[in-house]
Design a protein around this ligand. Structure first.
Ligand SMILES: [Zn+2]
Length: 251
């Protein structure tokens, strides 16, 4: 049985010396497919199997075995800016590692489409600010995975704090003045507002302003807290994060 799907390349590994096992993110979730002979003859798939390349893949369900066979692929979108911008290259590696390791079993079609549009948007974005792209992506991905911090009510007593907000990574969101503990940090209403707006964002043109707001110097604490929140609630730290921090986010 032959069928076709839109799919984003996340990773690949060599199998049986000449084949490639490719990991894709599709609107229905993550899948694996075997590209026979792709390691031997690179021409067969040209350079279509690079990270975050967006394809229409043609797959076959084999008679025996469970692994799908990749029969062919048409290019839908190829991010190009990363070829000459190392910061984008490493950021996109960070994104594909996260998508590969943390993708939920089933993805909503609208979330998949949002992801594709976000990749295109970042590919074209000039100038590119790594800090703002990173915090924004981390928050959106937490939301897509159902792990977004509780930013409306105090996670402990359920009341909406008035003017004074504390944020706790282990508790999973904001705390009011009476519930704050030693692990919580004070955040301004402005910062809470930014966190609340991300959830409601509908159009990509709102992203620009929000990303800028999130990454200003007065929000360096927020950037750190979101990174900690991400690692804590996924209980995992991407390997590519270290390179990203050492090479591009120092100081
Ligand atoms: Zn409280």
């Amino acid at each position: 049985m032959l069928f076709s799907l839109p799919a984003l390349v996340l990773d690949k590994e060599v199998r049986n010396e000449i084949d490639l096992l490719v990991i894709f993110l599709t609107p229905g979730g993550k899948i694996r497919a075997l590209a026979k002979g792709a390691q031997k003859s690179r021409r067969r798939f040209l350079n279509l199997l690079e990270d975050l390349t967006y394809l229409k893949v043609h797959l076959r369900k084999p008679q025996k075995g469970k692994i799908l066979i990749l029969e062919g692929a048409d290019l839908l979108y190829l991010p190009e800016s990363l070829r000459w911008m190392p910061s984008k290259f490493y950021f996109f590696s960070y994104v594909s590692e996260i998508l590969d390791f943390t993708s939920p079993e089933a993805l909503k079609k609208s979330d998949f489409e949002w992801l594709i549009n976000f990749i295109k948007f970042l590919d074209k974005k000039e100038p590119f600010n790594l800090n703002e792209a990173k915090i924004f992506f981390e928050l959106k991905w937490l939301q897509i995975c159902g792990l977004y911090p509780q930013v409306w009510e105090c996670v402990s007593c359920g009341r909406e704090p008035k003017r004074i907000y504390y944020f706790s990574v282990p508790s999973g969101g904001i705390l009011c003045f009476s519930c704050k503990d030693s692990a919580s940090y004070s955040l301004s209403l402005n910062q809470i507002d930014l966190l609340r707006k991300i959830v409601r964002i509908k159009e990509l043109n709102e992203v620009e302003t929000l990303m800028k707001g999130l990454s200003t110097t007065e929000n360096s604490l927020l950037i750190r807290l979101v990174e900690e929140f991400f690692a804590y609630h996924f209980d995992w730290e991407p390997r590519s994060l270290r390179i990203l921090k050492e090479e591009f986010l120092s100081g």
